[in-house]
Design a binder for this molecule. Sequence first.
Ligand SMILES: [Fe+2]
Length: 372
Amino acid sequence: MTAISKAAIADRLAEARRRTLDLVGRLGDEQLNRTFSPLLSPLAWDLGHIANFEELWLVQTIGGREPLRGELGRFYDAIENPRRTRGELPILRDEELRSYLADVRARTLDVLDEVDVGPDVEDPLLRDGFVYEMLLAHELQHNETMLQLLMLVDGYELPPSIELPGPLAAKCGPETIEIEAGEYEIGAPGTGFAYDNERPRHTVFLDAFEIDRNPVSNGEYIAFIDETGAEPPMHWEDDGDGGWVNASMGRRNPVDTAAAVIHVSWDEADAFARWAGRRLPTEFEWEAARPRLDGLGAAWEWTTSHFRAYPGFEPFPYREYSEVFFGDEHRVLRGSSWATHVSVARPSFRNWDLPQRRQIFAGLRLAGEAGR
Ligand SMILES: [Fe+2]
């Protein structure tokens, strides 16, 4: 990689930071420090964690520097500190927090100047700039978590660069496509940035199946609520007149029946699919069908799959990114939502969460056996 590419890394780091700061630019310190929900960190924690993760990898690990704030890092460890406890931690706040973000970034750029990030570098962290891609992805993924919290902030205005999703492309009824039985390549290719859990790429055999071109819409979900008495998605409120409003960010807007439903749990998505006489896709079906799907980017889509290692999985660069979450507890989500940065959304990307969670921007797409 040339010096120009290092400049490109610096530009992309700056762009991600602008996005982060734009999200919170109009908020006061009280709002940054407030715990809005036990399921979500105060924004001040996310901001400090973004900077601390950057310091850990790009300054301490790569640059061999000592941490700026001693033992501070333990309060920003996501595994050690459950979200409900983060508001009480002695984390950086207000002006101290802002200067820490800036001081870490200055050191990051000093270290970037010193290292080689070419394709032939021996250190796999630096080869092809892996660790920088990881940091960019980390910050942008935290932006989405921050947006989950920002839904709860009264009067919050999204920055102009981020838009709420509109209606799905008009279709006359659900349009379903059939995917032939056969072998499909699953996972990220050997080169280019991907997380450890997306590798190694491997072949799976899939029976024939069918899958909808579009995710489930709010209108379809309302029919399910009306018929079964199911709970409405998170943030919906009764409008007092038999309809529903979306009550996020302190505003009440009529639910757009043509937009993809979001803020439903895996349990609810699974119940909807059964009610509709269908099922959720497996994550492999989703990945195999993705080139032929519409409506991507509106909502993360729940799948039936548990979050498990691919055959031959090797943790890299640390076990706590994926490996500690493998097992039967979490379900895989595929795709991306309106709050996801485009660079995060790739066909092999695997998101995961607990089946009862609804604060994430998750909906569903229906699948079924072929030839129903
Ligand atoms: Fe993180």
